[in-house]
Design a protein around this ligand. Structure first.
Ligand code: URA
Length: 208
């Protein structure tokens, strides 16, 4: 039998975070399940008003089975707090739900997911969007932004702008790990300030 290229047939008809998470745990729609420890599904409350979308789980997330729990996640938590955004209103997830990596000595180096892997995983994100019906989707970094807004979308040019889609607003900003990679303390600080400024733009959409 030909290998399944999309998660679509696995998405349960009765949507809840529990049914979705347990169906996604057995996903083999692309080959990343072979090298990832486990599926890392989105996390947060079903009543969350914002979905924050990263690229894929990292090394810590792959081990923990939870998104944004490593260094990038900790930075995101700090930035949300400084932007005055209640963490309970935020659901975090990724475009691709398995960690893609390549060995480098004893380390597992992050590798970008390709279009086939992104396409195979997309039904999970679509189901999360249908279930949560967020006010706003925040794309963290180019992979997330381009998956939602097209290949020609440039985060550097359009960051922090609220774009209207049919059912929810979209705002794209940098990935928190890019701030961690800043070359020195001063640029890390200014990148963090810009990130917080971008996050503040969505705060009014989360009220009432
Ligand atoms: N980077 C991501 O894009 N997602 C995570 O869950 C962790 C790090």
């Amino acid at each position: 039998m030909e290998h399944q290229q999309t998660a679509a047939p696995l998405v349960p008809s009765r949507l809840s975070l529990t049914t979705l998470r347990s169906a996604a745990a057995g996903c083999t729609a692309c080959d990343l399940y072979k090298t990832g420890t486990q599926t890392v599904f989105g996390e947060g409350l079903e009543t969350a008003r914002a979905i924050f979308l990263g690229e894929q789980p990292g090394d810590s997330e792959d081990r923990a089975g939870r998104p944004f729990v490593g260094p990038a996640g900790k930075l995101l938590d700090r930035a949300l707090e400084q932007a005055g955004i209640d963490r309970k209103l935020v659901y975090v997830t990724n475009v691709v739900k398995h960690f893609k990596w390549t060995p480098r000595g004893k380390r597992r180096l992050h590798e970008k997911p390709n279009a086939r892997e992104i396409g195979a995983c997309r039904p999970w994100l679509e189901a999360e969007l249908r279930l949560l019906r967020p006010e706003v989707l925040v794309c963290l970094g180019a992979t997330a932004a381009q998956a939602l807004l097209g290949k020609s979308f440039r985060v550097t040019k359009m960051r922090g702008q609220i774009l209207r889609q049919a059912d929810y607003a979209i705002m794209a900003t940098v990935h928190p790990s890019s701030i961690l990679r800043a070359p020195d303390e001063e640029s890390r600080h200014s990148e963090m300030e810009l990130f917080i400024r971008d996050l503040k733009t969505i705060a009014p959409l989360l009220q009432h």
